[in-house]
Design a protein around this ligand. Sequence first.
Ligand SMILES: *[C@@H]1O[C@H](CO)[C@@H](O)[C@H](O)[C@H]1NC(C)=O
Ligand SMILES: *[C@@H]1O[C@H](CO)[C@@H](O)[C@H](O)[C@H]1NC(C)=O
Length: 128
Amino acid sequence: MTVINFYQFLLLLHVSKACPIVTSEYWVDWFTIWGGHYNSPDPSRVLDNINHMYSKNASINIYMIIGGTNFAFMNGGGVNQPITTSYDYGAAISENGEITPLYRALHAWIQNLTDWPQKPLAIPSNNP
Ligand SMILES: *[C@@H]1O[C@H](CO)[C@@H](O)[C@H](O)[C@H]1NC(C)=O
Ligand SMILES: *[C@@H]1O[C@H](CO)[C@@H](O)[C@H](O)[C@H]1NC(C)=O
């Protein structure tokens, strides 16, 4: 088994002909720095990448599928770039527990797979 993150995926395809591929962290987005703009991932870009990995029979770990929160000073930071306490990372289920457009896109994609043995359950509604 070969375990990688998404940015190594294409390179690995060239050297890993005879073993299973695992994308250990497929980053749909990244953290937000103080004063920075929060970016939510483009679901169609994520689905393009996931479709590509799936077509190569890779196992995929979506990072993050559920957003969280850092507390106190655990969020860390780069040089002159303190990071917000959010650990949402554009997750399909947001830091505050909401179903996002990315979740709906992933759900529709899985629902659509003909070789997926168990169809996903209905999407729960968000809190009002
Ligand atoms: C993926 O797995 C299927 C089923 O074993 C196989 O038919 C197909 O050739 C594989 N595709 C790749 C790209 O390895
Ligand atoms: C579902 O499959 C159809 C037919 O292949 C395709 O046109 C459509 O884009 C797919 N939708 C998703 C969400 O993957």
